[in-house]
Design a protein around this ligand. Structure first.
Ligand code: NDP
Length: 275
């Protein structure tokens, strides 16, 4: 039987590192800890090793298309594909950050939506039959959906929205922030929230496509919220530890062979949430 492989993006710290830690304990295969910075990634691998856990490092900066394609080629050549992909890498400006909103919008959507989409574009074809894909989104994306205009909400919730239409809407948000027209266009004042609304919607679109194009492969793709977790992003007041935050992403990454659901859902605390 061929070696099974799990890949987690942005896993040198925070929830990503906790996901790798849990996969090292529970996944029957090689677990790849990836990071944009080689030194930070190797340090994280060493810290897990000091806990007696074996992970393997590969550089992966999701904002760098070359880094994505090099990694994708590596996993294809070495293993013939990937069994579990967790798109965890993400960024958020602090509330007090005074960077102009239009810049925050462009930078946040670049990583959380456009670069994560690049990962999916290049890695979905590599996902093996029975594979699991988990996109770490956020409850903030659901809250933001409810703050969008009824017309936008209708599109994000529709079953016929295409990837191109979604990409156009995300770009429209970024463009409108530059002209100060996003509110008039029906968008709320949250770049992080819009990026995660986009990521959850993208997960639903891609799950529908997998069902249509690879109906016999049994791949399950979902978006999730880890909860509010104590990390550099969310601060120390959050109630969940990183290991607790990893529980739902890992549950989705390890849905048992033959499972048919959840698929194309937004999941929090291991429960499918309304979208
Ligand atoms: P952290 O800031 O602690 O960690 C983020 C990780 O993503 C870091 O490893 C960071 O690397 C990495 N990263 C950022 N940009 C890139 C990139 N371009 N390429 C590769 N890696 C990158 O955040 P969390 O652990 O809290 O967040 C993890 C995920 O969970 C995010 O998607 C976040 O939006 C989501 N989330 C978090 C919540 C929380 O309460 N913490 C709540 C809901 C969702 P580096 O160290 O190099 O910066």
């Amino acid at each position: 039987m061929s070696t099974k492989v799990a890949v987690v993006t942005g896993s040198n710290k925070g929830i990503g590192l906790a996901i790798v830690r849990a996969l090292c304990k529970q996944f029957q295969g090689v677990v790849y800890l990836t990071a944009r910075d080689v030194a930070r990634g190797q340090e994280a691998v060493a810290s897990l090793a000091s806990e007696g856990l074996k992970s393997t490092f590969h550089q992966l900066d999701i904002n760098d298309l070359n880094s994505i394609t090099v990694a994708a080629a590596y996993f294809k050549d070495k293993y013939g594909g990937v069994d579990v992909l967790v798109n965890n890498a993400g960024i958020a400006f602090k509330t007090a950050d005074e960077t102009p909103f239009a810049v925050q919008a462009e930078v946040t959507l670049k990583t959380n939506f456009f670069a994560t989409r690049d990962m999916l574009t290049h890695f979905l074809p590599l996902i093996k039959p029975g594979g699991r894909v988990v996109n770490v989104s956020s409850f903030v994306g659901s809250r933001t959906l409810n703050q969008c205009s009824p017309a936008l909400q209708q599109r994000f919730r529709s079953e016929d929205i295409t990837e191109d239409e979604l990409v156009g809407l995300m770009q429209q948000f970024v463009d409108k922030t530059k002209k100060g027209e996003h509110k008039a266009g029906g968008w709320p004042e949250t770049a992080y929230g819009v990026s995660k609304t986009g990521l959850t919607t993208l997960s639903m679109i891609l799950a529908r496509r997998l069902s249509k194009e690879r109906p016999n492969d049994g791949i399950l793709l979902n978006a999730c919220c880890p909860g509010w977790v104590r990390t550099d992003m969310a601060g120390q007041k959050a109630p969940k530890s990183p290991d607790e935050g990893a529980v739902t992403p890992v549950y989705l990454a390890l849905l048992p062979p033959g499972a048919t659901e959840p698929h194309g859902k937004f999941v929090s605390d291991k429960e499918v949430q309304q979208w």
